[in-house]
Design a protein around this ligand. Structure first.
Ligand code: FMN
Length: 546
């Protein structure tokens, strides 16, 4: 390991340690909400030409969630126009509803975000589309429109749609989260990014396509998304490039443009627009967030390819509800009915949907060795004794985890669970109180069917990938969260991501005394209680176009 890598790893380790919440002390944050500084949830580029996307997409295929896996039997798209682009972005980063409470009104989106603060931005990089000039576009969710950031000069555009190519760049504005959450915010930024990767693949799947990540580095990403153009961000808060995804399908025949080709286009392009300022005179800057972002940007080790050696049988999903409808109605529950129970088969389905099958949505968008496993607090599931359970997403980590965990854990396989699910009961107990306390005393972790913590192979990932391994673990956790949200919705129940938890209390409970495994994200699933005080409005009623 070189000195630069070692320094980067040290930086993220230090960040992780100091942003842990403890029972008697929360990570450093503003301590109050400075409403005058509340960031604008919508980034815009003033001066960029705006291309509104159509809102009517009824003519597109509308597969059920259960149809999305593997070889979709529904009609595949063979050409891309504005309607297809519209559907892709709308079901990924687009608005899903407005909520109204008294004088307050806020937008929800298809991709969830901690505190609904939405640090994730999306850039479409296209060539060869019949109705869109080749170039780089920023997606503006409020307008459901594309803002032209860069027009490629040597536009080899042809009307031959078979040569169309679409990349999606994802970036983050950490200040949006830091405004509310202070130093811990960067963890949430990357969990949100993971959710956005998942949301992207679900949206692509409804069109018969999939997303795959491209091997890049932060310099290339910044060039392609125009985030290295300081002159366009003079008044704006820092925006960091994260990841580039390529839209592809099993039927994609042409050899794709190499990254060097895209970079040459971006470097020679005409660029437009000035990024808007989100907050006036932000008071807290949280310099550690910039330090960690810089360390991550300097470390570029690739993750290990392939999810693992398990050979899972195909997922037996029968969900016949339209995937697009499920995407649009996905919400976080605010509260659950206590004492309602989940049928065992639904529990099994939810766990099964989280196994990293290489061809399934959304795992194909993250085709790397699975590093995250689940610790479940099972409260109310039919035929499953309440207690603490472990679900391995790669069966070969059983022994390493056993060595690390509390020696009194029983590691029993519960009866009547499909053989391929590596599910183990650790202790039989009423786990509601423990789940509530661990999750910053939030009732949603206790009143649910079950809640869970996502245990990551922390040391190993940092040692093999460098500092960049840190956000990647959060991305994988966010993907798991997104799959849980969507599959819970398909069963008529609901999930909620939990970013607030007492880190080392979880580790103590599990007997983990090193950082080999660390819990990075929690989640809960139950029967939601609706808040009848809130009014819901359609997502694009504020736009007067079809
Ligand atoms: C990374 C992450 C962490 C979250 N943490 C919490 C939490 O600790 N408690 C909570 O009640 N909701 C939590 N949420 C739910 C968000 O508040 C919710 O996603 C957001 O308000 C947007 O609402 P929606 O999911 O219905 O679109 C979290 C969501 C995400 C994505």
């Amino acid at each position: 390991m070189n000195t630069r890598s070692a320094a980067g790893i040290e930086c993220v380790r230090n960040y992780h340690q100091r942003t842990k919440h403890h029972l008697d002390r929360y990570a450093d944050g503003p301590g109050f909400l400075d409403w005058d500084q509340q960031p604008d949830p919508f980034r815009r580029f003033e001066g960029s030409p705006l291309y509104p996307l159509p809102l009517t997409i009824d003519q597109l295929p509308d597969p059920a969630l259960g149809e999305l896996e593997r070889q979709p039997p529904y009609k595949l798209l063979h050409s891309w126009g504005l309607t297809e682009i519209s559907s892709l972005l709308r079901h990924n980063l687009g608005l899903s509803a407005w909520k109204v409470y008294g004088p307050d009104r806020w937008a929800l989106r298809c991709n969830p975000s901690s505190g609904n603060l939405h640090p994730t931005e999306g850039y479409l990089i296209v060539r060869g589309l019949p109705m869109l000039k080749s170039g780089v576009y920023h997606y503006a969710p409020h307008e459901h429109a594309l803002e032209l950031r860069a027009a490629f000069k040597t536009d080899s555009e042809s009307l031959n749609t078979a040569t169309a190519e679409i990349l999606l760049g994802l970036s983050s504005i950490p200040w949006r989260e830091a405004w509310k959450y202070g130093e811990r915010a960067l963890r949430y930024v990357h969990l949100d990014l993971g959710h956005a990767i998942g949301a992207s693949d679900y949206a692509a799947a409804t069109l018969g396509f999939r997303f795959e990540p491209l091997e890049t580095n932060s310099k290339m990403l910044a060039t392609l998304m125009g985030l290295d153009r300081d002159q366009d961000f003079i008044h704006a808060e820092s925006e960091r490039p994260d990841l580039l995804l390529r839209l592809t399908s099993d039927n994609t025949a042409d050899s794709p443009t190499p990254l060097t080709g895209w970079l040459a286009q971006a470097e020679g392009a005409d660029w437009y627009g000035q990024a808007n300022r989100l907050s006036q005179h932000p008071r807290h800057q949280w310099p550690i967030i910039d330090e960690v972002c810089d360390a991550i940007a300097r470390n570029e080790g690739e993750p290990e390819k392939g999810h693992g050696d398990d050979d899972f049988p195909p997922m037996t999903t029968t969900a016949d509800t339209s995937a697009r409808q499920l995407i649009l109605k996905r919400r976080s529950a605010q509260a659950f009915y206590d004492n309602r129970s989940l049928p065992k088969q639904d529990f099994v389905h939810l766990l099964d949907s989280l196994l990293p099958r290489q061809d399934d949505v959304p795992w194909r968008a993250w085709p790397y060795r699975a590093q995250i496993h689940l610790v479940l607090f099972v409260h109310h599931v039919d035929e499953i004794t309440s207690g603490l359970y472990l679900l391995l997403r790669r069966s070969d980590v059983l022994e390493p985890l056993k060595r690390e965990m509390n020696k009194s854990f029983s590691f029993e396989k519960p009866e009547g669970i499909p053989q391929h699910l590596s599910l183990y009961r650790l202790i039989t107990a009423d786990s509601q109180q423990a789940a509530r306390v661990i999750s910053c005393h939030q009732d949603i972790a206790a009143d649910s069917f079950f809640s869970l913590g996502m245990l990551a192979a922390f040391d190993h990932t940092l040692e093999t990938q460098g500092a960049i391994g840190y956000p990647r673990l959060y991305w994988e956790a966010g993907l798991i969260g997104q799959a849980l949200y969507i599959h819970a919705e398909s069963l008529g129940v609901r999930g909620t991501g939990i970013g607030c938890f007492f880190d080392d209390l979880v580790h103590e409970l599990l007997g983990l005394s090193t950082t080999r495994f660390q819990s990075l994200y929690h989640f809960t699933v139950g029967e939601p209680k609706d808040d009848t005080r809130l009014q819901t409005l359609p997502p694009y009623s504020h736009l007067s176009r079809s």
